[in-house]
Design a protein around this ligand. Structure first.
Ligand SMILES: Nc1ncnc2c1ncn2[C@@H]1O[C@H](COP(=O)(O)OP(=O)(O)O)[C@@H](O)[C@H]1O
Ligand SMILES: N[C@@H](CCC(=O)OP(=O)(O)O)C(=O)O
Length: 377
């Protein structure tokens, strides 16, 4: 795929049939922990305009925690998980009620989808989410997606909605991803730095990840900061989806392909959501150390990690959990989903498939990490 120009990327965004728009907490709420109805209405007006012109819009909206902590009497965003989850439970209802009213000004229906990281990777849940989202879009509904904060397991929770929005874009096979936040564009360094400069086009997001200085969120209500937005743009880019990042008040022009904010070019064709999640969002719970031969085969691509080529297992994990694959010098070479619980693995190490089948039975004759679940770093 040849690298598209800035104009071509903007044109692709303007012509996008299916668009995922992600809006951050700071663009919908006040620092006091309440919804800001004027901001929400302005965003909805821009989205409704695109919808009325025929675009299929999926809105990934943060703001549940930020809209819930004020009504529950907290002065600032709570930091403990249980209170955040309680705030999300209250705030999510308030958020949807307001979206419902606001979209109804344009005769547009909305539907709520609360999703977990698991739903984006496990095949049946993934297809379930895909089927519901596709059907909602066919019916002209604007699905409003958020992470299922009230119940999400902290171990694999996204926490921010940036990377979740890139996975949703992959699920609905979106033509464009629009990330709306409280800053008008990506800058070479946090905008508070006196010599930071605006970046209008990123042809190669992998280079930008190395070159741009980023900081965590400072808004008091958001979580990810710029790093998770760059990761989302990266995930979209490797899924073949262009991204524009700008402030929420630029939503209308961004959707029309105007040169606002920062546009990111796609770099490759589509990949699977599971592999995107493994590479960008999973938190490994252990390590499998590959010998030189296995490390070489994995680096060459397309190989599964077999017990015969593993010399050590570290950490406690269950089958299906993410793990690092390291070489013997301790360098991470890949991330993958383990095929076995960590306690089962030591007796399998160094044995080939024939020995595993003979000693332990057919259940032990599979790769430690199948190549479909293995992603090179
Ligand atoms: N290089 C950078 N360019 C632009 N903004 C940056 C950069 N580094 C850090 N930021 C900060 O990231 C913030 C946006 O992240 P966040 O508060 O998580 O937003 P949201 O709630 O919309 O997800 C901006 O307010 C900005 O100060
Ligand atoms: N799912 C959470 C999102 C947390 C959050 O702050 O995300 P963001 O504002 O996008 O950085 C919520 O709705 O509160």
């Amino acid at each position: 795929m040849t690298q598209p120009t800035h104009e071509k990327v903007r044109r692709a965004i303007a012509q996008a049939q299916t668009v995922v728009v992600k809006v951050g907490s700071s663009s919908l709420t006040m620092p006091s922990g309440h919804l800001d109805p004027a901001k929400l209405d302005a965003l909805v007006s821009a989205l409704a305009c695109a919808r009325v012109q025929g675009a299929r819009i999926v809105l990934v909206s943060s703001g549940a925690i930020a809209a819930g902590f004020g009504p529950l009497g907290f002065e600032q965003r709570p930091s403990d998980i249980a209170t955040q989850q309680a705030c999300a439970s209250v705030g999510q209802g308030l958020l949807m009620a307001r979206y419902e009213v606001s979209f109804s000004r344009f005769g547009i229906r909305v539907g709520q989808i609360l999703i977990t990281a698991e739903d984006t990777i496990r095949v049946t849940q993934y297809h379930n989410a895909q089927r519901t989202l596709d059907r909602l879009l066919d019916l002209g509904v604007v699905p409003i997606v958020n992470e299922n904060d009230a119940l999400a397991n902290n171990e694999i929770r996204f926490g921010d909605n940036d990377r979740l929005s890139a996975l949703v874009a992959n699920i609905v096979r979106a033509d464009a991803l629009v990330l709306l936040t409280d800053v008008d564009a990506l800058y070479t360094a946090p905008p508070s730095h006196p010599d930071s400069k605006k970046i209008v086009f990123v042809p190669d997001v992998e280079r930008a990840l190395d070159e741009v200085k980023v900081a965590d969120s400072t808004s008091g209500v958001g979580t990810g900061g710029m790093i998770t937005k760059l990761e989302a743009a990266h995930m979209a880019a490797v899924s073949g989806i262009p991204t524009v990042l700008t402030c929420a008040s630029n939503a209308g022009p961004a959707l029309m392909g105007d040169p606002v904010g920062t546009a990111f070019a796609p770099v490759k064709r589509r990949g699977s959501s599971r592999r995107l999640w493994i590479k960008f969002a999973s938190h490994p719970r252990g390590v499998l150390v590959a010998d030189a031969g296995a490390a070489k085969a994995i680096r060459a691509g397309q190989a599964s990690l077999l017990s015969a080529g593993v010399v050590e297992v570290r950490g406690e994990f269950s089958a299906g959990d993410p793990v690092w694959v390291d070489d013997e010098s301790g360098k991470h070479i890949a991330k993958g989903l383990s095929g076995y619980d960590s306690e089962e693995i030591p007796r399998m190490l160094g044995r080939n498939t024939v020995q595993l089948r003979r000693f332990f039975g057919d259940d032990y004759a599979h790769p430690l990490v199948h190549r479909d679940n293995l992603v090179l770093l």
